[in-house]
Design a protein. Structure first.
Length: 249
């Protein structure tokens, strides 16, 4: 069993049966990648959990939420408890994650619908016209520009005109390798992740959105897009999340 205890208020327990019965053995190969990362890097998942909370807090007033990379529903639970949405759609392509989400979260919250779905193979009509759409898909400038799967998902999402779009971005993990490329592509000196996010925000102008809030740590960032082409945004840096505890028993 893995227990994720959040901010002294909310708890998610992942029983061994959702981990193909291998629990904390060394046979991690059959686990869904995200559940594997909870076991291997609980420190980073704790920071992500802190970031999700900050993102959700910025979406006050959102009455409907769709998450197409729902994982084990950490963000789902935070959105439920903080926003109390009327409608909440969650999907993931992992059997383990979907089984867990249906069993634990759909039975607790009657407004949640969960299905197995490959987010990169959705038809436009399958994307919801909801207030908050979360794409926790490890985006980056390179993927946005060069990968048709990511570009198409973003295009379908913005066509639904959500008030808020959340995305995770992995550029921080390889920032030192790519920063000269970002400087060249963006046409200004990119020396920090915050500079990179300024350039990324400008890329979303093509879609009619801009970054209005971002929170980052050493290997990833979470960004919140809202409509319009405004220039500046709040940026927060986080080193660790002391109030999120992840442990196995
Ligand atoms: C970072 S985790 C999401 C964590 C989640 N937001 C949470 O709060 O628990 C990314 C998830 O995306 C899922 N995933 C990866 N590729 C996918 C795809 N093409 N379609 C749907 N889900 C996908 C993985 O199974 C994983 O659970």
């Amino acid at each position: 069993m893995i227990t994720i205890s959040m901010f002294g208020k909310w708890v998610l327990k992942i029983p061994d049966r959702y981990m193909d019965g291998s629990a904390m053995s060394n046979e991690l190969g059959s686990l869904s990648p995200f559940i594997r990362s909870i076991i291997l890097r609980p420190d980073l998942v704790a920071i992500d959990t802190y970031c999700y909370k900050r993102i959700v807090e910025y979406c006050k007033g959102a009455q409907s939420v769709a998450e197409y990379f729902a994982g084990v529903g950490i963000m789902t639970l935070l959105a439920e408890e903080i926003l109390h949405p009327k409608f909440h759609w969650i999907s993931d392509y992992s059997d383990d994650c979907v089984a867990f989400l249906q069993d634990v979260l759909c039975t607790k919250y009657a407004n949640i619908n969960c299905e197995k779905r490959d987010a990169f193979n959705m038809q436009p009509y399958q994307v919801h016209s909801y207030d908050l759409i979360s794409l926790d898909c490890n985006m980056s400038y390179g993927k946005l520009v060069n990968d048709p799967r990511y570009r198409s998902l973003v295009s379908m999402t913005v066509k639904k005109c959500p008030k808020f779009i959340h995305m995770s971005d992995k550029a921080a993990a390889y920032f030192h390798v790519n920063k000269s490329k970002y400087t060249k592509h963006f046409g200004f000196n990119v020396d920090s992740i915050e500079d990179y996010l300024v350039g990324l925000s400008l890329c979303f102008r093509d879609f009619g959105y801009h970054i209005s809030y971002a929170i980052g740590y050493k290997t990833a960032s979470h960004i919140l897009l809202t409509k319009g082409i405004a220039g500046s945004f709040d940026f927060e840096w986080v080193d660790r999340a002391d109030d999120v505890d992840i442990f196995s028993s």
